[in-house]
Design a protein around this ligand. Structure first.
Ligand code: ADP
Ligand code: MG
Length: 339
């Protein structure tokens, strides 16, 4: 566990244990978090207001946006809640919904308002608040953006029973897939082709410049300018490659594979899954187009029939899975030699 003065690199090292890849995003978020809690500490000493810098995470579904925020909250032992922008847009009682979100944050903090006021709120699917294509602004999405703006800037929100929560120091992280944003960025980038692109480094900087999201891009996408102006820090999450999906299955401290190795271990059985199987699962997950989200389901489906028979048969000491499409091999203990 880290404390609130943890440096960005210490935060990234912690995140690395659970979140695979997304290195740029990890660094951006780590610096944002570090600065955020620094500012709070300084504001307390100097009695000056905090200039908020909220964070926007952009990337396809299932690539680790929520996981990164949640891991961050664990790392810093801060209360953490998520909310869906879409469900805020579907209700006529936006403010009540927002109050409910903040109430959940207080609950997460064990009723401690002070702790809740330093927590993290993740608002997902923020891109769904955009004005519908070809329609004038001013719909329900826009009023939700205004309501969110107010709490993101910092305000006193009444939580019933006469308690108030001050949202000034809460770190707000917004997330969304922003489908179509790349076309907007591409249509507005100037070519950097005149710069020599012979070395790998140059190409990386060029790529970064060319994929940088500007507030005007979010405006063109359909968010209101006041709102995009409140999200100065943006981090992009990359689509997960096959290799990254394989690593997600096996590498994190609490990876799906490790969890099952432990479950089998408790039965006195060693689980051996061939590397090929993880690749097959990753390939299926890519076809399902839900990022890493379908990995667990596919893996569980593979192991359920095995877990059905193992507890009944104490002679099994090892299970070998060589392919997703072959029967597993059960290795049994040699019978006790007769005396
Ligand atoms: N980069 C990643 N590293 C490790 N696990 C990941 C990663 N991305 C996704 N996952 C897995 O997929 C699940 C869904 O990811 P999530 O963070 O909710 O995606 P989203 O980007 O849609 O918020 C996570 O709970 C985690 O198990
Ligand atoms: Mg999510």
């Amino acid at each position: 566990m880290l404390d609130e003065s943890a440096t960005p690199s210490a935060i990234v090292r912690y995140l690395d244990q659970y979140v695979i890849g997304q290195d740029d995003a990890k660094r951006i978020v780590a610096v944002a978090v570090y600065t955020h809690y620094r500012k709070i500490a300084r504001a307390k000493l100097e009695h000056v207001p905090v200039a908020k810098s909220n964070v926007l995470l952009i990337g396809p579904s299932g690539t680790g946006k929520t996981l990164l925020c949640e891991t961050l909250s664990h790392a810093l032992a801060l209360p953490f809640v998520t909310a869906e922008a879409t469900s805020l847009a579907q209700t006529r009682y936006v403010n009540e919904e927002i109050e409910a979100v903040l109430q959940r944050l207080v609950d997460k903090a064990g009723g401690d308002i002070e702790r809740a006021q330093r927590g993290i709120v993740f608002i997902d699917e923020i891109d769904k608040l955009k004005a519908p294509d070809g329609q004038p602004r001013g719909g329900s999405g826009e009023s939700v953006q205004h309501a969110l703006l107010k709490i993101m800037e910092g305000s006193q929100v009444k939580l019933g029973a006469g308690t108030y929560i001050d949202t000034t120091d809460i770190l707000f992280v917004c997330g969304g897939a922003f489908v179509g944003l790349d076309e907007i960025i591409a249509s507005q980038t100037h070519g950097y082709g005149f710069i020599a692109t012979t070395s790998g480094d140059n190409q990386r900087i060029l790529d970064r410049l060319n994929t940088r999201v500007k507030p005007t891009d979010l405006f063109t996408f359909g968010l209101i300018p006041e709102f995009t102006g409140r999200l100065p820090i943006m981090a992009r999450f990359a689509e997960l490659s096959r290799d990254m999906l394989v690593r997600i299955l096996t590498e994190p401290k609490n990876s799906i594979y490790r969890q099952f190795v432990e479950i089998f271990g408790n039965e006195g059985v060693e689980l051996k899954v061939a590397a090929r199987v993880f690749e097959q699962i990753a390939e299926l997950a890519i076809e399902y187009k839900t990022g890493a989200r379908s990995l667990r389901g596919i893996f569980e489906e593979l192991l359920t029939p095995i877990l059905y028979v193992v507890p009944d048969d104490p002679s099994i000491r090892e299970v070998q899975v060589a392919s997703l499409f072959n029967e597993p091999v059960f290795v049994r203990r040699a019978a006790e030699p007769k005396a």
